[in-house]
Design a protein around this ligand. Structure first.
Ligand code: SPV
Ligand code: MG
Length: 296
């Protein structure tokens, strides 16, 4: 099965797909190992890794390189966060060509202006005109070569304060434009507005949610309500920040690394995650083949 058809299958099956944010091949490998069915190449995480705000400071090429490196490291499909499409309709076309060629299973674009600002930051969360974003979705569906390559349309109407009716109007327009799935985003501490959207959306596109603020919801509850996927967008990164900070402070405080040994992965685990064993066995294998050939 290709990664594109795998992601399509995950989004269209009746169970909720558990997708998790990653910013690096290493974090993506940990996610796949933990059992997540797909990876979200998160703009927030990839920007944070680079030490810059999540506001289109990174270029399309930098975002693509990060997502491509992630896709190269795991077998599970990667859904790439492509912000508002890095510009106009023509940026979206170029973006789809490049992301598809890089082995990424799908892209998600959101209906905000370029440059976008992270949805949880106070500031310009203005929506793109409906017409402009519908054109981007249609363009994206025309640009893909593989019909299974996934185009997710992300609705920011609830984030921008435009309300539920506007979110539904956009959901219908994006569904008709050919989006393979809709991501309905919310920054509320309760899932009520997401549930209200679910109840009123009568279209057929699979629905994806990102319960960063309404964090008491469970995957089982979302599945029961008919959502197709949940994205835990940034949790591994936030966990790693706390873990790194704790270890670093302890080394400074203690003047030795002795006391952090029980909080850090052994080097053997690092070797395992970077494929050291596999590399050494390939080396031995091909040297043996060379020996066999030269002995003839
Ligand atoms: C991301 O992970 O970059 C996202 C999700 O787009 S959010 O940060 O909630 O906007
Ligand atoms: Mg993002």
């Amino acid at each position: 099965m290709t990664v594109t058809s795998a992601l399509r299958h995950l989004l269209n099956s009746s169970s909720v797909a558990r997708i998790v944010g990653a910013h690096s091949p290493l974090s993506a490998r940990l996610a796949a190992e933990a059992g997540f069915e797909a990876i979200w190449a998160s703009g927030l995480e990839i920007s944070a890794l680079a030490g810059v705000p999540d506001a289109n400071i990174l270029s399309m090429s930098q975002s693509l390189q990060a997502a491509a490196d992630i896709a190269n490291a795991v077998d599970v499909p990667v859904l790439a966060d492509c912000d508002s499409g890095f510009g106009s309709v023509n940026n979206v076309i170029d973006m789809v060509h490049r992301y598809e060629k890089a082995g990424i299973a799908g892209v998600c674009i959101e209906d905000k202006q370029y440059p976008k600002l992270n949805s949880f930051v106070e500031g310009n969360q203005d929506l793109a005109p409906l017409h402009d974003f519908v054109a981007k979705i249609i363009a994206a569906t025309h640009a893909r070569q593989d019909p299974d390559f996934i185009i997710v349309a992300r609705i920011e109407a609830l984030i921008s304060g435009a309300g539920l009716d506007e979110a539904l109007r956009r959901a219908d327009a994006y569904t008709e434009a050919g989006a393979d799935a809709l991501l309905i985003h919310s920054k509320k501490s309760s899932p009520d507005e997401i549930y209200a959207f679910r109840d009123r959306y009568s279209g057929k596109a699979p629905l994806i949610v990102v319960p960063t603020t309404y964090n008491t919801v469970t995957a089982a509850e979302l599945e029961e309500r008919g959502f197709s996927a949940v994205i835990y967008a940034n949790h591994a990164m936030r966990g790693s920040i706390v873990a790194m900070q704790r270890v670093l402070e302890q080394i400074i405080d203690d003047g030795t690394t002795r006391n952090v040994e029980d909080q850090i992965a052994p080097l053997s685990r690092v070797f395992e995650l970077q494929g050291m064993g596999e590399m050494l066995s390939k080396q031995a294998h091909f040297e043996k083949l060379a020996d066999a050939q030269l002995a003839q």
